[in-house]
Design a protein around this ligand. Structure first.
Ligand code: PMP
Ligand code: GLN
Length: 387
């Protein structure tokens, strides 16, 4: 229930589902396939770089835009993987995770009453960020079974009040990686209506089966209107470090900085040089993340199908979505709230990520960024659903 003193623009936002479900997992001793965080740390040399930074006096305020070596590393990363030319001194802002980058971008660039078109199911911080900015959310629903972007639905969502597109690919929670046709549809709409585009690309390196992520900023007409957001959390398996960034044209990045400086002033200093080193890791590392994660995806998808769920195999991210109806359930929220008692497993109901609650009602999200024995344990526990 909302606090009685909660400002009206935050009404209904409650407690994030990830905190709620992780607390439920701890309380019930369940296997937590809810919140997306790996149970094995990232590269030890990156941890060592953070320790080194802590020990060598990198402990005072970082510059507002982020430490220079991280800004350079982010610019190098954008050139190396996408051929994007980014000026590290004016077109990169380091943030406290992608979450702050999204919130600061919306606060800086959305006027009260502006409409923001976002892919639905949407990551929950988008709804909060749009609400805090006083904007109005306009969802474009990605529908089962394939969760593709329908260009007509996208066009229909845009009105004269629309100023911003908020796009997430690879997409949490569906695992969709937008393909070239879908990206071109976004580009066409953005250019035709002169929209600002904010893209959340935190799963940029977590794609499978040869699907490749390609930033919208690489398309003609997009660089000057796009803020590209990512973070080190998912790529390097340090979700608790909360080192994120936004890149884009200098005027837009400066606007985001104006909001960011009064949210956190600057972001944690000693982890920044470590993430700079991480970004420069060799191609083998980046290949290795996919090689490690794809078999886990397959392991969990196979297990969930074996239990009896309809499984929608994701092209990217940490997550697989299932339909629970083949097992005789139809309300994912109710199902997820009872699952810990029933089986000792925690998952995330899709419906909290939708305005169109019906579309999300039978869908449940599971994370596979866990050790194999943890995934196997979860599947074994879920067999109880068959009885
Ligand atoms: N965007 C999406 C789509 C996410 O799944 C997450 C969760 N990591 C975030 C943003 C937040 O990233 P960070 O932890 O870097 O704030
Ligand atoms: N992004 C993670 C997920 O979708 C969780 C991050 C969070 O707890 N806010 O599970």
């Amino acid at each position: 229930m909302d606090s009685p003193r909660l400002a009206s623009r935050l009404h209904g936002l409650g407690t994030t589902i990830f905190a709620e479900m992780s607390a439920l997992a701890t309380r019930t001793g369940s296997v937590n396939l809810g919140q997306g965080f790996p149970d094995v740390d990232g590269p030890p040399e990156v941890v060592e770089a953070a320790v080194e930074a802590l020990r060598t006096g990198r402990n005072q305020y970082a510059p507002g835009y982020g430490v220079p070596e991280l800004r350079r590393a982010i610019a190098d990363h954008q050139r190396r993987f996408y051929g994007l030319d980014v000026d590290p001194d004016a077109e990169v802002l380091v943030t406290t995770g992608a979450t702050e980058a999204v919130a600061a971008s919306l606060l800086a660039l959305v006027e009260p009453g502006d409409e923001v078109v976002a892919l639905e199911p949407y990551y929950d911080s988008y709804a909060a960020g749009i609400a805090m900015a006083g904007g109005v959310r306009r969802p474009v629903t990605l529908r089962a079974p394939d969760f593709r972007l329908d260009p007509d639905a996208l066009r229909a969502a845009v009105t004269p009040r629309t100023t911003t597109l908020l796009v997430n690919s690879p997409h949490n929670p569906t695992g969709t990686v937008l393909d070239d046709d879908e990206r071109r549809a976004v580009v066409e709409v953005a250019c035709e209506h002169d929209l600002l585009v904010i893209t959340d690309e935190v799963y940029e390196h977590l794609t499978f089966d040869g699907h490749m992520h390609c930033p919208l900023a690489t398309y003609d007409g997009m660089r000057e209107r796009t803020l590209t957001i990512s973070s080190g959390g998912k790529t390097f398996s340090f979700t608790g470090w909360k080192v994120g960034w936004v890149t884009g044209p200098a005027d837009l990045v400066r606007a985001v900085m104006t909001a960011k400086q009064f949210m956190t002033y600057t972001s944690g200093a000693p982890l920044q040089p470590a993430i700079a080193q991480a970004l420069a890791l060799g191609d083998g590392f980046y290949r290795g993340i996919k090689d490690d994660l794809q078999p886990k995806r397959d392991r969990l998808c196979t297990g969930l199908a074996d239990v009896g769920f309809e499984v929608f195999v994701p092209q990217g991210t940490y997550f697989v979505t299932t339909d629970i109806r083949p097992l005789g359930y139809d309300d994912g929220l109710d199902f997820c709230l009872r699952l810990p008692q029933r089986c000792g497993v925690v998952a995330i109901p899709h419906q909290v990520f939708y305005d169109d609650k019906q579309a999300g009602r039978p869908l449940v999200r599971w994370t596979f960024c866990k050790r194999d024995d943890v995934l196997d344990d979860a599947i074994e526990r879920l067999q109880a659903l068959r009885s």
